[in-house]
Design a binder for this molecule. Structure first.
Ligand code: G3I
Length: 373
């Protein structure tokens, strides 16, 4: 009787769940993390739902393909300190548990960013109050996860495209040394955690020069910085391979680990580059601006595959300098590029499609390893 009850209450539902999900799940095959196991970590960014394991198909894919995780949103200050002095670590702790349970490495994103700040921070107008928030936030959050995560994006996107400092609330009220101070605070609170500067377009010469100057300033102050994250929000057919290679060499020459931290290759039309979330494109209801609602034609699929192949060939060439390549999302359906810079478009920038099936780009990426070694 006991055996029969066990069959009904445990085994049958499990079998049913498996049969519901298995047609969508990735068939056993190559795995990104195993393919590049001796080269660099392969990561993805998780949404809140994925951290809470609400999507069983995504969950299978995450565990099969990736060995390092970044929270796409929930470790930003808006989510971690929604009210002044009151922290909400529930989801971030869940991410740590998820990573630990699955033997994955974790990266914190991000301690200091001008975007996705709690509303009360935007209302601060004096230096003392912002210093208090800045110090308390960095110290509390960095200390909590010290020893549990590999590294933090300590400061995110502090630069303008011309390499000058972005006039964020931190820059305006705390002064230009705020970046060094953020690293100093993080170093004190998290002595066992790697500390990174993370930005988009910092492979571009002018912005790169700004990043190099910023990094040297931190180093000259005898403050620790361990790595730099080139975000990698690029466009199909326009990957700046030469700039990327020069940047890898230049950042590495500063003694830093180089990471590609938010990789995606956009397919839809845009009239600017980068990932400044405050930028938007105004468009009429012209279908030309959302051409791939029902999928991408072969020629575009091929372009995407060739772009990813060229990128991974370059990453492998410099695998002694690159420690991690993280995709910004698990599959196309999750990508932030469906909603930005034009809301409601259908983008296809990642290696897995909306059904979590590997695209030709996935196999080209796997193939780079076969062709190199
Ligand atoms: O939390 C609210 C939720 O309550 C509400 O129901 C929902 C309705 O739209 O919005 C939710 O907030 C969204 C948030 O993501 C969490 O899902 C925001 O609207 C949305 O704008 C926000 O977008 C994120 C963006 O950062 C914000 O700046 C993207 O998911 C995330 O991929 C993106 O990531 C950034 C990196 O952190 C830094 N580099 C650039 C990269 C792309 O912008």
């Amino acid at each position: 009787m006991k055996t029969r009850n066990t069959l009904i209450t445990i085994i049958l539902p499990a079998l049913l769940l498996a049969s519901c999900t298995s047609d969508k799940a990735l068939a056993p095959g190559p795995s990104l993390k195993n393919t590049f196991i001796n080269d660099f970590l392969i990561g993805t960014a998780l949404s809140a739902n994925q951290i809470e394991e609400k999507d069983s198909v995504a969950d299978v894919l995450i565990r099969e393909q990736f060995n390092v995780l970044t929270a796409e949103n929930i470790m930003k200050s808006l989510f971690l300190q929604p009210e002044w002095g009151k922290f909400d670590f529930r989801l971030a702790d869940k991410l740590i548990d998820y990573g630990t349970k699955n033997k994955m490495t974790l990266v914190g994103h991000t301690l200091v960013w001008h975007s996705q700040l709690p509303r009360y921070v935007h209302r601060i107008t004096d230096k003392d109050s912002l210093t208090e928030f800045f110090t308390n936030h960095i110290t509390t959050v960095a200390a909590r996860y010290d020893g549990k995560i590999l590294g933090w994006d300590v400061v995110n996107e502090a630069l303008n495209e011309d390499g000058t400092m972005r006039e964020s609330i931190f820059y305006k009220l705390l002064g230009e040394n705020y970046v060094t101070e953020a690293f100093r605070l993080a170093q004190q609170a998290a002595p066992n955690t790697e500390l990174y500067y993370n930005d988009y377009n910092i492979e571009q010469p002018k912005k790169r020069a700004g990043a190099v100057a910023l990094i040297k300033k931190i180093q000259d102050a005898n403050v620790r910085i361990d790595g730099v994250g080139i975000q990698g929000h690029w466009h199909a057919g326009r990957i700046p391979l030469k700039d990327i290679e020069e940047s890898i060499l230049e950042y590495s020459a500063l003694g830093l680990k180089v990471m590609i931290t938010e990789l995606d290759v956009e397919l839809l039309p845009r009239n600017f580059t980068g990932a400044d979330i405050s930028e938007r494109m105004k468009m009429k209801d012209d279908p030309a601006f959302n051409p791939y609602i029902s999928g991408i034609p072969d020629s575009v699929q091929q372009q995407l595959a060739n772009d990813y192949e060229a990128l991974f060939k370059l990453f492998l060439k410099h695998k002694d300098k690159i420690t991690r390549v993280t995709f910004w999302g698990v599959n196309d359906g999750q990508s932030w590029l469906n909603g930005w810079p034009v809301p409601g478009r259908t983008n296809h920038p990642l290696l897995f499609d909306r059904e979590f099936k590997p695209k030709p780009a996935f196999y080209k990426v796997i193939g780079t390893k076969e062709n190199v070694n």
